[in-house]
Design a protein around this ligand. Sequence first.
Ligand code: GLA
Length: 390
Amino acid sequence: MIEFNPSFASLIESASAAVAELSGQAARWQAAAPGRVNLIGEHTDYNQGWVLPLAIDRYIAMAAAPGVPGQIRVRSSVMSEERSLSLDQLYTPHSDPWMRYIQGVIAQYDQHGVRCPGLDVAVVSSVPPGGGLSSSAALELATAHLLEAVTGQTLTPAERIQASVHAERETAGVPCGIMDQTVVELAESGQALLLDCADQTTRPVPFDSHAPALLVVHSGVSHALAEGAYAQRRAECEQANALLGVNTLRDVSRDQLARLKDEGVLHQRVTHVVSENERVRDAVKAIEQGHWDRLGALMTGSHRSLRDDYEVSCAELDLLVALATAEPGVYGARMTGGGFGGCVIVLVETDQLEGVADRISGQYADRMGWAPGCYRVEAGAGAREICTAL
Ligand code: GLA
């Protein structure tokens, strides 16, 4: 069964109602930011390669009212918790990991000379948590826009993205790339975003009602990038750079790759990065020409490469991809995000969506003992567009 998706307006209303209850005053400021899925281009962003993510029509929404000076009180319906943050403790990591994302962004803004006043804040979300759908980047960018609404001081989109990336790296301790925060901020409705991570230029790639549907299936296994495997992959890429005498894996040719053939794991890692960069550019052509079989094959190929060469998949994700690609009407499927759990995305004919979701769900539950979450997602607007319209 496809999970219900509350409307954007109802999320904003819930955030406003929650802050009114917390503070006893009407909400004065609101902000929101979407989650994302990556269509293709995984573990290429920190290798200065290409990625093709899209923002989804699921969001983190925040509302705020004036609060006690020097303090932020946050009520989160996501964690069913209420926490406080002292504004003179911006650089001492908060005891609650999810508060650190908010704290990290406030600290980054502070360094830009934007001082946060005392606030009461409510956070609500329709982004499935722990699914690798960038709920953390959404929380960071929503916080950035909220702060701008409150203070009337604005940073540029590039500075907002930078502030969020820094907050993520410092808060979560994950040396992440720039993909998540960039798409969460800059996405445009009905478009995927081709991002060249070397110079950070972007190009919208239409992915609208002419395209097949996108089904997201949550394995129910939480991804834990901070546990070291992500940083280890980055370190392996650095080692390969050194062996090849290049600064990044971006422009490594097939001939250069062949020079690593006796290097075991490093050869596998670079094989993934080189082939994934090729797949991203082929995927853009496939989308522009409406060749959905081709796009699906590239997605499934990407999954195989992540499973066998980059080794960031897991049994649950592999099972979901195998179940999905055996279904009629499915063009292709792959894990999305950092890996080790989280979600797969399935490119499926729109009129087959419900049936495919039900069958994958049933078979997965039979094998694993729990049902996966199924979500239909559409290419939505980024935080910049959303918050301008609020
Ligand atoms: C996580 C990181 C991104 C990117 C992906 C893998 O989502 O935050 O920067 O590296 O993993 O493609």
